[in-house]
Design a protein around this ligand. Structure first.
Ligand code: PEP
Ligand code: MN
Length: 367
């Protein structure tokens, strides 16, 4: 499947300052002073292209700070006038859209909790009909690329062509070092569906803490993402929301200057020839793996039929243990990662069980 979005390249609607797009600003606008001081410090780094600030905050529990509301739009206007930075806010309903547009906000974004809900996204899309403004769509909270795609399509169908996706990670039940699991493969899936769609990474919401932000930022750029949205506050220690994942503007400037920019491709002939040769080898090996896998499954089929004829169960735990031990030791001797090998073997084993179950339960055709 390919996604047919009608979109304009990022560089046509934002000044990229010769680097990846850097969007920065506080999680929430708190006071006029906090927003203005932060905005000036961010502008001074010379690295930031867009000032962000949450005005209406989706909070998990009632009674928490739910954003400063419309008054914050005036502060944003002032920050924009004084720093020259375009400003971006999150919108979650038609009223937010109208107020943000009236206040001259330059870029809107749809938050992760809105992307999950097609009614909400459609309401936002309807409010945007006939308006020419860039919109960024965060991934939904849950790991579902279709919902992300659906939201992008709804906004695009409303006539918004200055469109980007924001990868902010996904909720997961598993305990992890991250606040939201990056699940990079889902962002890659989106990129494969629509290569021209810019994807911006949000390390703050992925990490949930300052320490991991540089690592995730670099990884995002290495995966050819077009920009970063990072929360920054003049004094993160007293931030009213997301205090642990905001950087001071100075730390943000420092981070930006230490990012390594790599090119998605190179025009150097020697490099391209060498890469082509290595890729040919990879293709050959991949074909061999598939070929061997097919052979393995044919043997699995024979074993399944043999077990069925002899009334033996599919799973023999001791045999599985033996496979795991022997193969893992072999893989480790070959310097393969143990976790990777275990997952691979489990995948192959599950497929073998699936195949044998099919054989065991196939009705005999009497004829
Ligand atoms: C935010 O950007 O402050 C925010 C609420 O993000 P998300 O929608 O990713 O949770
Ligand atoms: Mn936040």
């Amino acid at each position: 499947m390919k996604l047919n979005l009608n979109i304009q390249p990022l560089s046509s609607w934002i000044d990229l300052k010769n680097g990846p797009l850097l969007i920065a600003g506080p999680c929430s606008a708190e006071t006029e002073e906090q927003l203005l001081v932060t905005a000036h410090l961010l502008a001074k780094t010379g690295k930031v292209s867009v000032l962000r600030a949450g005005i209406w905050k989706p909070r998990t529990r009632p009674g928490e700070f739910e954003g400063i509301g419309s008054i914050g739009l005036k502060w944003l206007q002032r920050a924009k006038e004084e720093t020259g930075l375009p400003v971006a806010v999150e919108v979650a309903n038609a009223k937010h859209v109208e107020e943000a547009l009236a206040a001259g906000v330059d870029i809107l974004w749809v938050g992760a909790r809105s992307t999950v809900n097609p009614f909400t996204v459609q309401e936002i899309a309807d409010a945007l009909k006939g308006v020419d403004i860039p919109v960024m769509v965060k991934n939904p909270v849950n790991p579902d690329v279709s919902l992300w795609v659906g939201a992008l399509e709804r906004i695009n169908n409303a006539g918004i062509t200055k469109l980007a996706a924001i990868h902010r990670g996904f909720s997961s039940f598993e305990k992890s070092a991250f606040r939201n699991e990056p699940m990079w493969e889902l962002a890659i899936q989106l990129k494969t569906l629509c290569p021209e769609l810019p994807i911006i990474n949000d390390p703050s919401h992925i990490c949930g803490n300052r320490e991991l932000i540089p690592y995730i930022s670099q990884k995002a750029l290495d995966l050819d993402m077009q920009g970063l949205m990072i929360e920054s506050h003049m004094d993160p220690s007293v931030a009213w929301t997301d205090a642990k994942q905001q950087l001071t503007p100075a730390a943000l400037g420092e981070l930006a200057s230490h990012l390594t920019l790599r090119k998605p491709e190179s025009r150097d002939k020697e490099f391209s020839d060498k890469l082509a040769e290595l890729r040919t080898n990879i293709d050959k090996i991949d074909d061999q793996i598939i070929q061997k896998m097919a052979e393995r499954m044919q043997i699995v089929q024979k074993i399944g039929e043999y077990k069925k004829d002899n009334g033996v169960t599919i799973l023999q735990v001791t045999r599985w243990d033996e496979i795991m031990h022997k193969r893992s030791a072999f893989a480790q001797a070959l310097k393969l990662d143990l976790d990777f090998t275990t997952k691979l073997l489990e995948l192959v084993h599950n497929e073998s069980i699936r195949k044998q179950t099919e054989i065991m339960n196939k009705e005999e055709i009497v004829g």
